[in-house]
Design a binder for this molecule. Structure first.
Ligand SMILES: Cc1cc(=O)oc2cc(OS(=O)(=O)O)ccc12
Length: 774
């Protein structure tokens, strides 16, 4: 009998498949009446494949570098890979981010405003309000998921920082981890930053050790992973396009870079940040990436003039910039290796390669003198310049966790005034961007100056791939994409801009762009966390950005009516996208209870831990800060010398550890790597079962105070001592709590590093009890 006709859907009948509902619906299997398979014809197999000729997609997103950093946009830092891509592609000089990390990333990955995906700010400062909950909704499937369900292979490498803080434990949920957000493959770190020499790495959902290699560096490691993945994917399935999201830890703090890369800039920043700004603007004009009439916007008045600084401080600050510059060039070089790998397998020409130099402006979080250990910023501890000067030759090495002084942030945001976190200044939001796509861009080497925003990237890629915006994904009706495809501008430098209105908001700094006008208010400087003015007292300014690239002529006095109209437009957009109510709390928002976000431990005051539990991130671990605590470890001590970590949290740059060294139990509290307080037993532990207790009695009277630590063996005190001060807010973004080992860098000295710190006895269990928060 002849086969029955295949059933058809309306789209299939129209000759195509319907990609507006993902996953693409499989046709109903046909029914047969024939008994013998020899007499029947099998139907064509249903497979999902990308549209014919759909390009590969690469998005490179550098961290924490602004408009005036890379040479491609006139900056003093050599980015030859970006330069080469720009020569073969397009430079966009009016591209904007959100002024902060997770918000930019989530907007980039979804094509929606950051508040629409509940990422008003970073994961660590999510609140209870819509727009800020920290959990991206099912009604927004990320671009990676759209591409995956349309036949792409998808891989993410490097920084993530999009998983809700309380969803980073072994208990999940894992919905917002990369491999459940559309990526087949993930190799990188889940939080906001990581030590580049001793990183915390996940392969998918599994924590893995970095490979053993000489002079290990995370950017090199992740690049190797990305190259290997793409080559293997193309080897196996050359007809299947790939999507790679490549987001290095660089150039966020810690500014960890091989010394030889920093040394390439020896002496080049001795001229200081004011002169670097002047020279950068000259180069920007010569390159044509800023208009010829562009003025240098003033340096914020709180930051020192270079000429006013004493010689030893200039020496320190110059080295900080050398290290930062080396870090960026090293990163660009790794991106070059990745790009070359695509060229080597013949895939570069059909790849939409998007290189975004910065998820926000350059970071001023280093404060006025920079930081040997960036964790001092999150703990509100001021570092003294006289303590930093002796570290000049170690800056960027594994012994430091550094961030440069804010003066350089302004310089690497030339020609603007402000920096990262300031959503109401282009120094916070305007980032250099290059798109390279030989098969799709016919005017290589030219500039595009239409206003664009990070939410425009996802729709650009959909259009380039010939894919419709899905109306429904995984059974959930989708919130429409809010960005505007930039493909129109690929073809025509003079095309009228299509993304005509955009709000900006971050911790109270707010602004609106509309049709060439920019109205804004600077509510707070990045270093201002207390004594902020009420939001109602903020003064607004207005600029005509068609003639004033760098926002130097406030027209509020002449343009009162226009300013009013723009402020009203801001409120309208802010209401529409869940920007309201505005929340300018910074430090308080890092506290889950005060901010109103979930906390895995909640009000629990006791946590029982077992051998093998390791890699516990700080947001999903018992908070021992600003209160008394007690560790009770039930151990089995073997005969012979026992050693290693029993329970630790944090590492070289802050944390605490209960451990055994040379057979003797000890406790070390490491205050930001600046002071170590150790309480150690003079006697070795006897073999057999033993209970070790560390009782810490907090002084109280505020946060970050000291306390008394008593070490006990089988209930008898064996040592006691003062812990003079404690860290009030955070130990580490990447150094975890571990049982029976101290992963990455160690808290205590003298017990080795990494696997060497493994406890050689047996741990039955460890209980961690805390007193009421004080
Ligand atoms: C550990 C941590 C705590 C926090 O409150 O904010 C962060 C912000 C970070 O930089 S960003 O990712 O560029 O915003 C990195 C890490 C943290």
């Amino acid at each position: 009998a002849p086969p029955s006709p295949p059933p058809t859907t309306p789209a299939a009948a129209a000759g195509g498949i319907d990609r507006t509902a993902l996953p693409i619906a499989e046709p109903a299997p046909q029914r047969y009446t024939e008994l013998d398979a020899r007499n029947a014809k099998a139907p064509e197999r249903f497979t999902v494949s990308a549209p014919k000729g759909a390009p590969n997609v690469v998005i490179v997103l550098i961290d924490d570098v602004g408009f005036g950093g890379p040479s491609t946009f006139g900056g003093p830092i050599r980015t030859p890979t970006m330069d080469t891509l720009a020569q073969g592609g397009l430079r966009f000089n009016n591209f904007h981010t959100t002024a902060l990390c997770s918000p930019t990333r989530n907007a980039l990955k979804t094509g929606r405003n950051h508040h629409t995906v509940n990422t008003g700010s970073i994961m660590e400062t999510a609140t209870a309000f819509p727009g800020n909950t920290g959990q991206n909704p099912n009604s927004v499937a990320p671009l990676a998921e759209m591409l995956r369900l349309n036949g792409y292979s998808t891989g993410a490498f490097g920084k993530w920082h999009e998983t809700a803080a309380w969803e980073t434990s072994v208990s999940g949920p894992f919905d917002r981890w990369p491999t459940h957000q559309g990526f087949d493959r993930f190799y990188g770190f889940i939080g906001g930053e990581t030590d580049q020499w001793y990183p915390l790495i996940y392969d998918g959902l599994i924590k893995v050790e970095p490979p053993k290699m000489e002079n290990y560096h995370f950017t090199v490691d992740m690049t190797n992973q990305a190259i290997n993945w793409v080559k293997a994917q193309q080897s196996m399935t050359p007809d299947k396009p790939f999507f790679v999201y490549y987001a290095p830890g660089a150039t966020h703090a810690p500014h960890h870079v091989p010394k030889e890369w920093a040394d390439r800039y020896k002496g080049q920043f001795d001229k200081g940040w004011d002169q670097v700004r002047i020279e950068t603007l000259e180069r920007q004009k010569k390159l044509g990436v800023v208009p010829a009439n562009t003025q240098l916007a003033p340096r914020p008045k709180e930051l020192a003039a270079w000429d006013s600084l004493p010689a030893d401080q200039r020496r320190l600050f110059a080295r900080q910039a050398e290290v930062f510059a080396g870090f960026l060039e090293h990163t660009d070089n790794e991106i070059g290796r990745f790009q070359q790998a695509l060229a080597d397998i013949g895939e570069l020409d059909n790849t939409v390669f998007i290189y975004i130099a910065g998820d926000n402006g350059t970071s001023a979080e280093g404060g006025f003198v920079g930081m040997y250990n960036e964790m001092t910023y999150f703990n509100g501890v001021a570092e003294k310049v006289e303590d930093l000067i002796p570290l000049i030759d170690k800056w960027g090495s594994p012994e430091t966790f550094p961030h440069m002084s804010a003066g350089w942030a302004v310089a690497f945001d030339t020609p603007f005034s402000w920096t990262k976190q300031v959503a109401s200044d282009f120094g916070g939001t305007r980032n250099g961007m290059v798109i390279h796509w030989p098969q799709g861009i016919k005017q290589p080497g030219s500039l595009r100056n239409q206003f664009s925003h990070v939410i425009d990237i996802a729709p650009t890629i959909l259009e380039a791939a010939g894919l419709p915006e899905p109306k429904s994904v995984n059974g959930v009706v989708q919130t429409p994409i809010e960005g505007t495809s930039l493909l129109y501008a690929f073809k025509d430098a003079n095309a009228p801009e299509r993304h005509t209105t955009q709000y900006f908001e971050m911790f109270g700094n707010r602004a609106i762009y509309s049709g060439g006008w920019f109205a804004r208010t600077i509510h707070r400087a990045p270093w201002q966390t207390t004594n902020l003015p009420p939001l109602t007292a903020d003064v607004w300014e207005i600029y005509d950005v068609r003639s004033d690239f760098s926002l130097t002529k406030n027209l509020a006095a002449d343009q009162g009516a226009k300013l009013k109209e723009m402020q009203a437009l801001f409120m309208k957009e802010a209401e529409k996208y869940h920007v309201l109510p505005i929340d300018d709390r910074t430090i308080e928002r890092t506290n889950a209870a005060l901010a109103g976000r979930p906390d895995v431990l909640g009000t629990r005051t006791s946590l029982t831990l077992y051998e093998g539990m390791q890699g516990m991130l700080e947001n999903t671990f018992m908070n021992i800060k600003n209160r008394s605590s007690k560790i009770t470890a039930e151990l089995q001590i073997p005969t012979g010398r026992v050693s290693g970590a029993i329970l630790s949290q944090g590492g070289r740059f802050g944390g605490w550890s209960l451990y055994v060294k040379d057979g003797r139990p000890a406790y070390t509290y490491n205050f930001l790597g600046m002071a170590r307080y150790t309480v150690a037993s003079p006697q070795a532990l006897p073999p057999g079962p033993v209970t070790i207790t560390l009782d810490f009695v907090y002084d109280g009277g505020g946060v970050g105070k000291g306390g008394k630590a008593t070490l006990m063996v089988n209930g008898k005190a064996v040592a006691e001592g003062r812990i003079e001060k404690t860290q009030p807010n955070i130990f580490s973004a990447d150094e975890t709590a571990d049982v029976g080992i101290d992963n990455q860098t160690p808290v205590a000295e003298g017990i080795g590093i990494g696997a060497e710190t493994r406890f050689t006895g047996h741990i039955n269990k460890v209980t961690l009890d805390v007193g009421p928060a004080k």
